[in-house]
Design a binder for this molecule. Structure first.
Ligand SMILES: [Fe+2]
Length: 470
């Protein structure tokens, strides 16, 4: 049989980040009184919120990058052992507003206007409670968006004019002061900006740190002495932008990669750069100061990224690395703690900046999506597999009580089931993963695999408001 030209020789272009558990959903829904199996711990009173990319219009699979899709927020509200509602809402960036015929979101304009590579103020990365409000955050010149309690977008914000134009998707809260510390960048800048957002929601401190090129600084770390980011090896490329890539960043084979240690109370002249081999470390589990003056930092790491595959971070399997950073010798010792790929690291947020023992990750075990818990002191690893065809997302640790020990609490995550196209929120006791979930909340819709979120107790928002006299 004769073949039609092109049909047999040109396979359709595929992009894994637009398919299967990553495929976007089209509808915003609200569901009340969700079915629950097991029993939800009585003390949980708040919202489990998360977000991720969910392109509103069909994307070009060649140039679409998972990191740049329009944001969608998902949330479950829990109170008195009940799951009161599930909601999902598009984040109303300019493209969503155009596509759905909505009113434009009020608030200041994004840095660089339409000339930026992430056009349309796409916010898709993380959700935080701060200064009594719920915020959606992203990086690289995109402004934060304030959300209502019910996840509607209210307005873009530059924190009352105090933000220098770019915020971050991964700020870290100092558990002592309640302030958010972030490393912010923008492809038009020749520096990275360390910014501290105080408890009133105003940037009280900015330190601009010159960098070698224009690196992606997705995450950062906080110790008692330093705020830390990685300068390189993934950096912005004008050439890729000209070629139309939505995420114009590439591996820098020659990029002189450095950990940059910014003393939390220092000035730009106090900044220390420490050499390290070329690893991409997009997410950092945590970091702390060692008694000998070095810094220990742990993060999922990749030895290569964005060389041949520009659609997302799947080029080579990653590992979990420990970086021992010496600000005196300016050298870094790298130890591979686990050679299995894992991502979305979380710790007990009460220990940000100080020594911690446990870390929680998402990974795979024999092809099945799995929650991984590391006991770093004992070099021990435990797993909980979500089951065939089920895909777990970032697991958030929630202490059982405000004073309970590290690891004595709940791990909460969304699990998408591709056979039923529904989603479960599972709640596990971190110290007894093998017992399985103490509660499973059933959402009759599919939540695509996304990025990050938080458990936001109502009491935390109330306490923040009270602190501001509101
Ligand atoms: Fe992230």
């Amino acid at each position: 049989m004769a073949e039609t030209a092109g049909s047999a020789t040109t396979p359709p272009v595929r992009n894994n980040w637009l398919e299967g558990p990553f495929a976007p959903v089209d509808q915003e829904v609200t569901v009340y009184d969700l079915e629950v199996t097991g029993s939800i711990p009585d003390d949980l009173d708040g919202r489990l919120l998360r977000m991720g990319p969910n392109p509103v219009d069909p994307e070009n699979p060649v140039t679409y990058n998972w990191f740049t899709g329009n944001g969608m927020v998902h949330g479950v509200r829990i109170r008195d052992g009940r799951a009161e509602w599930y909601r999902n809402r598009f984040v109303r960036d300019d493209q969503v507003v155009r596509s759905r015929g909505l009113d434009p979101l009020p608030g200041p304009e994004q840095l660089g206007g339409g000339a930026r590579y992430v056009a349309d103020n796409v916010v898709n990365t993380h959700i935080f409670p701060h200064a009594g409000k719920t915020w959606a955050f992203a990086e690289a010149g995109v402004l934060p968006i304030e959300l209502s309690y019910e996840l509607e977008c209210l307005a873009r914000s530059d924190f009352g004019g105090s933000l220098n134009g770019s915020w971050t998707g991964h700020p870290h809260r100092d558990p002592v002061s309640g302030e958010l510390h972030g490393m912010t960048y923008y492809h038009g800048w020749e520096h990275v900006s360390y910014q501290v957002l105080d408890t009133t929601g105003t940037v009280r401190r900015t330190v601009d740190v010159p960098v070698h090129g224009r690196p992606v600084v997705h995450d950062c770390a906080l110790t008692e002495r330093y705020a830390i980011f990685l300068d390189g090896p993934v950096a912005y490329s004008d050439e890729l932008l000209r070629q139309g890539y939505a995420f114009p960043f590439m591996w820098g084979f020659e990029y002189p990669t450095r950990w940059v240690l910014v003393p939390r109370d220092g000035v730009p002249g106090d900044v220390v750069s420490v050499e390290v081999d070329r690893w991409a470390v997009f997410h950092i589990l945590g970091a702390y100061d060692l008694p000998d003056g070095r810094v220990a930092l742990i993060g999922p790491s990749n030895s290569r990224m964005f060389v041949t595959d520009r659609t997302g971070p799947g080029e080579v399997p990653g590992s979990l690395n420990l970086y021992l950073i010496d600000p005196v010798t300016r050298k870094t010792e790298v130890k591979i703690l686990d050679d299995q790929p894992q991502e979305m690291p979380r710790l007990d947020d009460r220990l940000v900046g100080s020594k911690f023992r446990y870390g929680y990750f998402s990974g795979r075990d024999q092809g099945v999506s799995t929650l991984i818990k590391h006991d770093l002191d004992r070099s021990a690893k435990e797993r909980y597999a979500y089951g065939p065809g089920r895909f777990g997302m970032e697991a958030v640790f929630v202490p059982r009580t405000p004073d309970s020990a590290e690891d004595d609490g709940w791990l909460m995550t969304y699990v998408t089931d591709m056979s039923t196209r529904t989603t479960d929120v599972v709640i596990l006791h971190a110290q007894d993963l093998q017992a399985g979930p103490v509660a499973t909340i059933h959402i009759p819709y599919r939540v695509p695999i996304g990025f990050h979120g938080n458990w936001i107790p109502d009491a935390e928002l109330e306490e923040q408001r009270k602190g501001l006299g509101l």
